[in-house]
Design a protein around this ligand. Structure first.
Ligand code: ADP
Ligand code: 5GP
Length: 209
């Protein structure tokens, strides 16, 4: 069995809004076509420039409830007044095809995935300080002052979950953070729990040799 036949790695990637998750991730995904970003469904309104079906699938609350009730979501959560969820079928198909799937999700959803996919790798992006987070969130200019305050309040709770992840990346220097993301995913694909099928296969071959 070649390594290429391994199922993909599930990567859970979290951090408070404005910490720089997208900034770190975009170049990683551009350089790694074998890793795909799961497109979530959300009841939030699109921001200027966001594309339906690419950044998110923007759906109504009724449709969201239907999907959740029918088991179509791998995980879902409410964040800052809106609902977000990961469509299950797309993730399962991509993993089975050997692609790594990255879920950029908030902490409650991540903890649900922790219980159902213990073999996934969990990465948390931490700001160098809470003040830096405020500056970045304000500087991005995508939210009203009220939404920024709500997201900063949510960040306090989110930051308290950081220690429950496998890895923490401090996003002070974006290039360093990108290199760390690359290294973590690379090392995670060599973890024994991920390689178990490969190990079994080689041992089985040895027994019959
Ligand atoms: P998130 O995806 O976590 O919500 P973004 O990637 O949109 O965050 O980043 C929020 C803002 O912070 C953006 O304006 C981005 O340019 C800026 N930013 C991200 N990383 C850094 C960094 N290491 N140093 C300075 N500014 C950064
Ligand atoms: P935003 O509104 O800034 O795009 O996202 C708000 C928060 O929701 C972010 O922390 C983002 O990672 C998270 N999020 C996006 N999609 C999902 C999802 O499918 N499930 C969960 N649990 N969180 C999500």
């Amino acid at each position: 069995m070649s390594e290429a036949m391994q199922p993909g790695l599930l990567i859970v990637y979290s951090g408070p809004s404005g910490v720089g998750k997208g900034t770190i991730l975009a170049p990683y995904l551009a350089a790694h076509p074998e890793t795909v970003l799961s497109v979530s469904v959300t009841t939030r309104a699109p921001r200027p420039g966001e594309r339906d079906g690419i950044d998110y699938s923007f759906i109504t609350r009724e449709r969201f409830d239907e999907l959740a009730a029918g088991g179509g979501l791998l995980e879902y959560a409410e964040y800052s007044g809106n609902c977000y969820g990961t469509p299950r079928a797309a993730v399962e198909t991509q993993l089975a095809a050997g692609r790594n799937v990255l879920l950029e999700i908030e902490v409650q959803g991540a903890m649900k995935v922790r219980r159902t996919f213990p073999q996934a790798v969990f990465i948390f992006v931490l700001p160098p300080s809470y003040e830096t987070l405020r500056e970045r969130l304000t500087g991005r200019n995508t939210e009203t002052a009220e939404v920024v305050e709500r997201r900063l309040a949510a960040a306090r709770l989110e930051l308290s979950y950081a220690a429950q992840y496998d890895y923490v990346i401090v996003n002070d220097d974006a290039d360093k953070a990108r290199a760390q993301l690359d290294a973590i995913i690379c090392a995670s694909k060599c973890r024994t729990n991920y390689m178990q099928t490969m190990i079994d296969k080689v041992c089985e071959f040895h027994e019959y040799a």
